[in-house]
Design a protein around this ligand. Structure first.
Ligand code: SF4
Length: 240
């Protein structure tokens, strides 16, 4: 799963860009999912059905054209991502998340500078705002240049697991993410992406830091080694 963030202040065109980018990436054959941070409630269920939300913590709905799951309460971005099945995720908002690259939608206001935290791969805005932005050396593209923006996304999108385990030699995922954005490192440096032990829950990988991964592997191997018939090799365990 790779991800690209779309960040910007109010009325900077984030949703318009997200929609155009999703359309272009689907056209190119990607399975695209989108996540949006909102300060408003999403009342996407009909008035009658939405009454279920008053008491149930989770509501699933299925219709002939769409299906969805409503989860009560604010969830972390990474929890929401575990529910999605796509190869490219467009994440709108979530300025504070630091484990994937982002596109800055400029509004022309002074606070745009705050968006440049080392994870921006390009700035997008109207063509009359040309010039250096945020003190960061990134391409500045007209928001209508969606094919060039999509090219950059295909080249640079990634998502680190946000375990902040330090296994890559950086204090946290943000440290490695910044180096990947400037091309000094690759996602392969994240050792948590290639754990010695891989756990799949309902077919989806469970993120584990290297310490836990080694501990699970050593413990399971030690338990199995006392059983007759044990030999060294790749171990597969299925738990229903
Ligand atoms: S190894 Fe991966 S999960 Fe751990 S801090 Fe580095 S980037 Fe984050």
């Amino acid at each position: 799963m790779r991800a690209i963030g779309i960040v910007g202040y109010k009325n900077s065109g984030k949703t318009t860009l997200s929609r155009a980018l999703a359309r272009e990436l689907v056209k190119r054959g990607h399975r695209v999912a989108a996540v949006k941070h909102s300060s408003e409630s999403m009342d996407f269920l009909s008035t009658d059905t939405s009454k279920l939300k008053e008491y149930a913590d989770q509501v699933g709905f299925v219709s002939a054209t769409e299906s969805g799951i409503f989860l009560k309460g604010e969830r972390s971005l990474d929890e929401i991502l575990t529910h999605l099945d796509a190869d490219m995720i467009i994440i709108e908002g979530f300025k504070q998340e630091l484990s994937y690259p982002k596109i800055a939608c400029l509004s022309g206001r002074a606070e745009d500078e705050n968006l440049f935290n080392g994870l921006i791969i390009c700035a997008v805005g109207p063509s009359d705002q040309m010039g250096e932005v945020g003190g960061q050396d990134v391409p500045y593209l007209n928001r209508d240049a969606i094919e060039r923006i999509a090219d950059l996304v295909e080249e640079k999108a990634f998502k680190l697991p946000r375990l902040n385990c330090g296994g890559c030699g950086y204090e946290d995922c943000y440290g490695l993410a910044r180096e990947i954005v400037v091309g000094a490192k690759t996602v392969e440096e994240c050792v948590a992406q290639h754990p010695a032990v891989e756990v799949l829950i309902d077919g989806k990988p469970l993120a584990m830091n290297p310490f836990i991964s080694r501990m699970v592997g050593d413990t399971v191997r030690a338990m199995l080694s006392s059983l007759r018939g044990f030999t060294r090799g790749k171990i597969e365990i299925k738990i229903d």
